[in-house]
Design a protein around this ligand. Structure first.
Ligand code: THG
Length: 374
């Protein structure tokens, strides 16, 4: 007999400031992200995706918690935990960074926001950054204060997002450059508005700074978006795989270093300040990474839902790695995915297979991204 289990709600897992709104607007599934419920779909994964690529969508991504770092050593501290050179980050600018352990392993891949000199937010993916940072800070002599502030992001994503956002806050927001932000208010609700988001479409992220005003902000944006066909949605696995964006926990973990996943552009081995993973990453750079992250096409019947398991990838019947994310792309009309494999000495394009439901399917290697509109 097949059971039909659910993940149960309780007080142990946190509710986002937008939780009541997401329920009211018909959210049908949740995941848990940084110990907070986070919506996964409303109508269907595919219908939500079409709203994102054709119109505009509003996502509750409050689970992307902020870790705020202040104090006279704040910048020095962040330089220590990331291999990226953040000294050039301006006030009002975001940077995509990797946090890396001493052995090079990736702890998280947050967006960094510089609010002021020695005042930063790390907008984190799903892992325990607050505890890791506090552990490092208390074992060393940094003058830093590390907290989780009352800040909860929403994402407004899709080709019509600039129209909706400028209707709410004014036309200046259309001129905001990618990965820059501004502190402002929306009808007295304190927010930070950034040109960013985890999709291949244009869009913004609105960081709410007062958790009591979540449902007011949500309704206000939905109301402004009505004439643009706005729909509630979520981070789209389909769209983010098409656009080659990585997901911490799926495509990278503590067991991968930045070179393994092709993000060596986020490593500056020559930066001025010393950093925790420097020795290891120097060695990896000299000797070469052991793994590589590739785009793939799986030649089989369309997947009818997101594939929840890491499938084993084979080359000439030998295990060479795993598919870390895969999905059917309605625009490309094929199954696409990302895979982590043992680094190859030469680019061979034939001979890859994966076992799906007991039968072997051919796998082709593809360039990343598959598809992007920004
Ligand atoms: N927004 C915010 N916080 C986040 C995410 C987000 N925290 C968790 C998770 N997402 C972090 N991961 C990513 C991954 C990719 C990007 C952002 C966050 C991203 N990448 C740009 C791209 O691929 O076009 C590149 C940016 C760059 O390299 O400069 O935007 O989505 N607040």
């Amino acid at each position: 007999m097949n059971s039909n289990p659910e993940i149960s709600f309780s007080t142990r897992i946190r509710k986002s400031p937008f939780f009541d709104s997401t329920m009211k607007w018909g959210c049908k599934g949740f995941t848990v992200y940084n110990r907070m419920y986070m919506p996964t779909y409303y109508k269907t994964f595919v219908e939500d995706y079409w709203s994102l690529v054709n119109d505009v969508t509003l996502w509750d991504v409050a689970g992307e918690r902020q870790v705020e770092i202040t104090g006279s050593d704040a910048e020095k501290f962040i330089e220590y935990i990331t291999p990226r050179d953040i000294s050039k980050c301006k006030i009002g600018q975001c940077m995509y960074i990797l946090l890396t352990e001493k052995d090079g392993g990736i702890v998280n891949d947050p967006v960094l926001l510089k609010l002021n000199e020695n005042h930063f937010w790390l907008s984190i993916a799903d892992s325990d950054v607050l505890l890791w940072c506090k552990g490092i800070a208390s074992s060393m002599n940094y003058n830093v204060n590390i907290i989780e502030p009352d800040v909860s992001p929403l994402a407004l994503q899709g080709p019509k997002a600039p129209e909706v956002m400028s209707k709410i806050v004014g036309t200046w927001v259309k001129e905001l450059s990618f990965f820059y932000f501004k502190e402002t208010t929306i009808e007295n609700i304190p927010v930070v508005i950034a040109r960013s988001g985890w999709s291949g479409e244009s869009g913004y992220e609105i960081y709410l700074r007062d958790k009591l005003l979540g449902n007011t902000l949500w309704e206000l944006i939905m109301n402004a978006g009505k004439e643009y066909n706005i729909a509630p949605a979520t981070p789209s696995q389909i769209n983010r795989i098409e656009s080659g964006m990585l997901s911490y926990g799926s495509d990278m973990t503590l067991n991968e270093n930045p070179f393994d996943i092709g993000l060596e552009r986020l490593v500056d081995l020559n930066k001025q300040v010393n950093f925790l993973s420097k020795e290891t990453l120097n060695k990896v750079n000299q000797l070469g990474a052991k793994k590589e992250l590739i785009g793939i096409e799986i030649i089989s019947e369309p997947f009818n839902e997101f594939v929840a398991d890491h499938l084993i990838l084979k080359f000439n019947d030998q295990e060479i790695g795993k598919i870390t994310s895969s999905v059917y792309s309605p625009r490309l009309k094929k199954n696409i995915g990302l895979a982590l494999i043992d680094r190859r000495s030469e680019d061979i394009n034939e001979g890859y297979t994966v076992n799906i439901n007991g039968s072997s399917a051919k796998v082709k290697i593809c360039n990343l991204p598959f598809l992007r509109n920004k």
